[in-house]
Design a protein around this ligand. Structure first.
Ligand code: IMP
Length: 194
């Protein structure tokens, strides 16, 4: 493990479950993560990358290394709905609403996508992406995780994300992959400055 000079990233989010997932991944890189509150402007866009970049550009000046993450569930039979609108759709209709929309669909293919934007001290922005393919179940299962976890089974698995422990979900998930990329990148930056 390389020696880290500045091993801290500040995660602008209101979602404690996302922070726990990020912590578990980044601990493998000896990177510390702290949740912070900042005014975050979320534009409406079909592209998660645009939402993340815009939010980072609009955030007040800060000497810290800050990250924002935007993620979504893309369901093939629903023309990739809810996608970037996942948070709103979850609040309005939840897992039950998606299961209802899917009740006559035999093609259950779906994917989760996570986009992480990192703004460094020089105000440069770097984007990291993670995806996981899977299927929408016919009913909810599991009590862990958050959001649409109880209705999503990643390919090659029998359990939903909500039936998995954080480290199991992270090994497969969109967010796990995106934070792994962040961990590798931060380590590579740090070793450059030793
Ligand atoms: P946002 O990234 O905070 O805009 O929220 C995206 C929304 O997508 C969340 O509120 C969840 O409903 C859903 N979502 C994103 N990632 C996950 C996940 O890992 N599990 C379950 N639902 C997720």
């Amino acid at each position: 493990m390389p020696h880290l000079i500045d091993n801290k990233v500040y995660f602008v989010t209101g979602n404690d479950k996302k922070v726990l997932e990020a912590k578990q991944v980044l601990s493998n890189y000896s990177i510390q993560i702290e949740k912070i509150k900042m005014n975050k402007i979320e534009i409406q866009s079909d592209r998660l990358e645009s939402i993340v970049s815009y939010a980072l550009k609009q955030m007040p000046e800060d000497s810290r290394r800050i990250i924002v993450e935007d993620s979504g569930l893309f369901v093939k039979a629903l023309n990739n709905f809810p996608g970037p609108y996942s948070s709103y759709v979850f609040r309005k209709i939840g897992c039950e609403g998606i299961l209802k929309l899917m009740q006559n669909e035999t093609i259950r293919t779906a994917k989760f996508v996570s986009i992480i934007g990192l703004r460094n001290k020089n105000k440069e922005i770097f984007i990291f992406k993670g995806e996981v393919d899977g299927k929408i179940t016919y009913k909810k299962a599991g009590r862990f995780g958050f959001g649409f976890d109880p209705i999503f089974v990643p390919n090659g698995c029998e359990q939903t994300f909500a039936q998995m422990r954080i480290y199991q979900k992270n090994a497969l998930s969109h967010r796990g992959k995106a934070f792994k990329a962040v961990g590798e990148w931060v380590c590579s930056q740090m070793t450059k400055h030793i």
